[in-house]
Structures are given as structure tokens and as C-alpha cells.
Write a protein of this length. Sequence first.
Length: 161
Amino acid sequence: MIDIKELSLLAKKAEASSKHLFRKHKKIVEKLDDHVAVLHEKYTAQYDCLACGNCCRSLGPFLTDRDIDKIAKALHLKPSAVVEKYIRIDEDGDYVFKTMPCPFLMPDNYCQIYENRPKACKEYPHTDRKKFYQITNLSIKNSHVCPIVYEVLEDLKKELK
Ligand code: SF4
Ligand code: SF4
């Protein structure tokens, strides 16, 4: 198990070799979806997100109009009130939360709007998706935040070496 306090340093050290290996073995990585799925199961079983909460503290999800409608419904507010209170447009023109840690992260790491959380939150950390080779660069970034991603990438690299 990775200590979350050490993750950033470990991920930084591993970054160059990850990029190199995934680029060099792109064709092999394209065929590794089944293996990534096994690693996803292995590490999501090992890590307790409620004991971590690192993604909700440090990464903001992109929000779609549908996400905003669902949050509004969960909070019994109008979508315009949700936008005014919680949302800003970032430098790329995307809707994101005004503040991080996420305004819906509770002190016990539960999500206040869990049943209606944004799609990007549901899909994070993206280690269970098909065509994983398409998101190796994103996953390298995520490995600085999420120990599950870090572990999956390190195991994949062992396979490729
Ligand atoms: S909406 Fe919920 S799952 Fe998404 S970042 Fe906030 S606390 Fe985390
Ligand atoms: S950073 Fe990863 S392990 Fe931590 S709460 Fe998020 S998904 Fe779970």
C-alpha cells in the first residue's frame, strides 16, 4: 500500500520512465485492456476511498449541463443558483467548482451528493475503461493524486519491461 503522503514524490520519480515505456510499447499497451481491468479490480479492493479522498480534495471534475441539473435537483435549488454558488468557468471554458477541496466533500470523506455526483467523479480514476492506451498520459497525471492509478501503472510497466 502506498502512503498518500509519499505518492506525489513517488509519482514524480516514476513519470519519465512511464512516459518512455508507454510510448515505446504503444502497440502492446493497446492489447492490455483485460489486464488493466484485472489490476483495477485488485487495487480498488485494496484502497479505501473513504480513507483517502485525495481526488475530491485536489482535482476538480469538469461539469456538464446535465451534472449541474442533477446537483440542483439533489440540493433542491435551481440550476442557476447552483452555478452562482458553486461553479466558475475555467481558462479552457469548462465548468468547474469554484473551490477545492470540493464543496460537497464532507469531513468523513463522504460525498454530500454521491447519488447525483458528476459523471467525471463516477468515472474517476478511469482505470476500468476500455482503450486504456488512449489515456496513458492522463493516467500518468492522475498517478500523482490517486494511489490506485499509481499502482496500476507501476504493474503495467513491470509487464512491459
Ligand atoms: S462531487 Fe462528490 S465525488 Fe465529486 S469531487 Fe465532489 S465530493 Fe468528490
Ligand atoms: S484518489 Fe483514488 S484512492 Fe483516493 S479517493 Fe480518489 S479514487 Fe479513491
